[in-house]
Design a binder for this molecule. Structure first.
Ligand SMILES: [Zn+2]
Length: 210
């Protein structure tokens, strides 16, 4: 069994969505200053690094992250690779891929991974992502979870519709995946967002088991 960690490290160097609060991770209790223990506190957006979006992110009456079904967050997943020429994942480029639609979790590896975008502190507006018609295509195929190798499932210039189509249909969105060392194929996914009560999203540790 091989475990591949597809999570982003969280630190002050983690790339952030423009305008998001800075990551503050620091110790307030320090052994070297005479305290009995080291203890840290953290302050950041729940959409920092590898994280899950809940429907409440876009819908006032949508489900919160602590109520998302764990049986969707754990299980068989298919990693699909789109090569360098693909700048957006729309219905027609998805259609051209050999995809086993019996697996209802899908993760997209794109050029974002080839240029290691999640490892670069500077935000990259030209990241590859899913269009609205691509999102509709996935919903039609009964996909329950979709993941992507940058900070948003939707394109920078038009992220909202893609999110709304997916979240309205109850598709769990997994963003900020580090897929640089992952090949296309079938894996077991384990992705467990922190149980933040009432939140619109939560950071997660995500792994693939080969
Ligand atoms: Zn998010």
């Amino acid at each position: 069994m091989k475990i591949i960690d597809i999570s982003m490290p969280v630190s002050s160097e983690t790339p952030l969505w423009p305008g998001d609060p800075k990551v503050e991770l620091a110790r307030y209790s320090k052994i070297e200053e005479g305290d009995g223990v080291n203890v840290s506190r953290i302050s950041m957006s729940v959409h920092t690094g590898t994280h899950v979006d809940a429907p409440y992110h876009f819908f006032q009456k949508g489900a919160k992250v602590d109520t998302l079904p764990l049986d969707v967050l754990i299980g068989k997943v298919q990693v699909v690779y789109f090569d360098d020429g693909i700048e957006e994942i729309n219905a027609s480029v998805i259609e051209k891929q050999k995809i086993n639609w019996d697996i209802n979790r899908i993760i997209f590896k794109t050029h974002n991974s080839i240029r290691r975008a999640v490892e670069n502190q500077e935000f990259d507006r030209n990241y590859v992502a899913l269009t609205a018609d691509g999102a509709e295509y996935l919903v039609d195929k009964n996909i329950r979870l979709v993941g992507i190798d940058y900070l948003s499932i939707g394109l920078f210039t038009r992220p909202i519709k893609t999110h709304k189509i997916l979240l309205k249909a109850g598709v769990i969105i997994l963003e900020g995946l580090n897929l640089a060392d992952v090949s296309a194929g079938e894996y077991e996914l384990i992705c467990l967002p922190v149980k933040l009560v009432g939140a619109d999203g939560a950071p997660a540790r995500a792994v693939l088991i080969a």
